[in-house]
Design a protein around this ligand. Structure first.
Ligand code: SF4
Length: 293
């Protein structure tokens, strides 16, 4: 992996965590100077703040170290064992007043009816570039619901959520806490794939959220597991980065909600396996408690 690839991977990891301010602390001075086209001074170790155009938002970046950037550990989230219920979440606001889409979705009384409405939906432009709608899949009686961001290429081709490598990893994560895929329901915030897997636009989330809200209203889950930044921020109506949201029990309309990393992000950053393991264990314990197990 060359320096550009490492820088790109590093920035994607920070973006995945909702970071806006970046300190380029995982590459060598030489690597970064090559990237920005600056001459390399042998032995010189200078703060990156003096090296345009690399964006450094803090006046005194920490010393640059090899080999790999450590995962950002926010002020330590409470351990799963010590986690407590926090952040009561109010009703989700998908655009101020109740939208036409929300009103229409609220009349859909089965998951199949929701899926049919999604297949016919033209409330945003994503249906024009998608191959198939991906409404969600799983047990209609499920009380454990996983919510991700949006379909990717494989999901778009198959119409099923979380297939391919990220899907396989999600299956293993669930199995590690004694959930089979057929026991749970899995869906995304967006039901059509954004072109090129770009980030969802706020207007798309607002247009599509009524379908997710209705799915959750019909399922009445005991626990929701939000996978990744967009699912967590959409359901909790917050801009907090995922590093601050995970490791706790939130509430979504009274339903316990646990946040963890998206399996696709986990594939890029194996350092997040341990916190993800803690999160899903927490979700399992909350589920058992809520289900009277
Ligand atoms: S992404 Fe959601 S709102 Fe947009 S067309 Fe598809 S179902 Fe409708």
């Amino acid at each position: 992996m060359d320096a550009r690839d490492r820088l790109r991977q590093y920035l994607e990891q920070r973006k995945e965590m909702g970071e806006q301010d970046l300190v380029l602390d995982g590459l060598s001075v030489e690597d970064l100077m090559k990237i920005v086209g600056a001459p390399v001074m042998p032995g010189a170790m200078q703060p990156m703040a003096a090296r345009p155009p690399a964006k450094v938002s803090r006046p005194e970046p920490p010393p640059i170290e090899r080999p790999a950037p450590p995962p950002i550990e926010r002020p330590a989230p409470p351990s799963a064992a010590a986690a407590k219920v926090v952040v009561p979440s109010g009703p989700i606001d998908v655009g101020g007043s109740v939208s036409e889409g929300a009103r229409a979705a609220s009349h859909l009384v089965t998951l199949d009816a929701v899926a049919n409405a999604i297949a016919a939906c033209k409330a945003c432009s994503l249906w024009t570039t998608a191959t198939k709608s991906v409404p969600g899949h799983g047990n209609p009686q499920a009380k454990f619901v996983c919510v991700g961001e949006a379909p990717g290429a494989t999901e778009d081709a198959t119409g099923l959520p979380f297939v391919g490598r990220a899907g396989d990893l999600l299956t293993k994560i669930l199995e590690a806490v004694q959930f089979k895929r057929e026991d749970v329901f899995i869906c995304n915030v967006l039901k059509h794939r954004p072109p090129g897997n770009r980030n969802p636009e706020p207007a798309e989330i607002a247009a599509c959220s009524p379908f997710l809200m209705q799915q959750l209203a019909l399922l009445k889950p005991h626990v929701i597991l939000a996978l990744g930044t967009f699912a967590a921020q959409t359901l909790l109506q917050t801009k907090e980065p995922i590093g601050r949201l995970r490791g706790q029990i939130h509430r979504f309309h009274g339903v316990p909600l646990v946040v963890t990393y998206h399996p696709a992000a986990l594939l890029r950053n194996p350092n997040w396996k341990r916190p993800t393991w803690e999160d899903v264990q927490l979700a399992r314990r909350v589920f058992d408690s809520a289900s009277g197990a």
